[in-house]
Design a protein around this ligand. Structure first.
Ligand code: HEC
Length: 137
């Protein structure tokens, strides 16, 4: 009896804390929380909006990088290239499965790259949309 109660306790704490969830799920859950906090009408992330973010020519940051595609190539499944000519692994999960699993890495590159392209940081909705698109690719 006691043993069963213990088991139920352990199982439900797994469910509640999400200890079992993959790091990428945690990152997405965090973006969803921030998205809801900043926009009451937010419902869900959208791969189509993420695709637009990836491929739109914004030209609002550095002149040499008007779009995400300036470095990440025209397709998320292709290898990209830095301004210095160094290869960048594809952003699509199907090609680079460990992407978007380290919160520090995700934040660092969103901050840097959104500033280079949009001239500002990306919003939580934009970040969630972008990763949703990359998961679908
Ligand atoms: C100046 C070149 C450049 C541009 C422009 C650029 N990126 Fe990147 N991006 C990089 C490099 C370099 C990395 C780090 C190397 C890697 O992850 O393979 C990276 C990594 C990332 C990552 C981290 C992925 C992970 O594995 O966690 C995200 C997210 C990202 N970029 C999003 C964007 C978005 C969104 C845009 C457009 C708004 C953009 N990038 C535009 C060069 C660029």
């Amino acid at each position: 009896m006691y043993k069963n109660l213990l088991l139920v306790g352990v199982l439900s704490s797994f469910l509640i804390t999400g200890v079992n969830a993959a790091p990428r799920d945690d990152i997405m859950a965090q973006f969803a929380t921030l998205a809801k906090a900043s926009d009451a009408s937010f419902i869900a992330f959208d791969a189509e909006r993420g695709k637009n973010l990836f491929s739109t020519n914004f030209g609002k940051g550095k002149p040499e990088t008007p779009a995400c595609t300036s470095c990440h190539s025209s397709s998320p499944t292709n290898i990209g290239e830095t301004r210095a000519g160094k290869a960048i692994d594809p952003l699509a999960i199907s090609k680079t499965p460990d992407r978007y699993s380290d919160p520090k890495k995700v934040e660092k590159w969103f901050r840097r790259n959104c500033k280079s392209v949009l001239g500002r940081e990306c919003t939580p909705v934009e970040k969630g949309d972008f990763i949703t698109y990359m998961i679908s690719q």
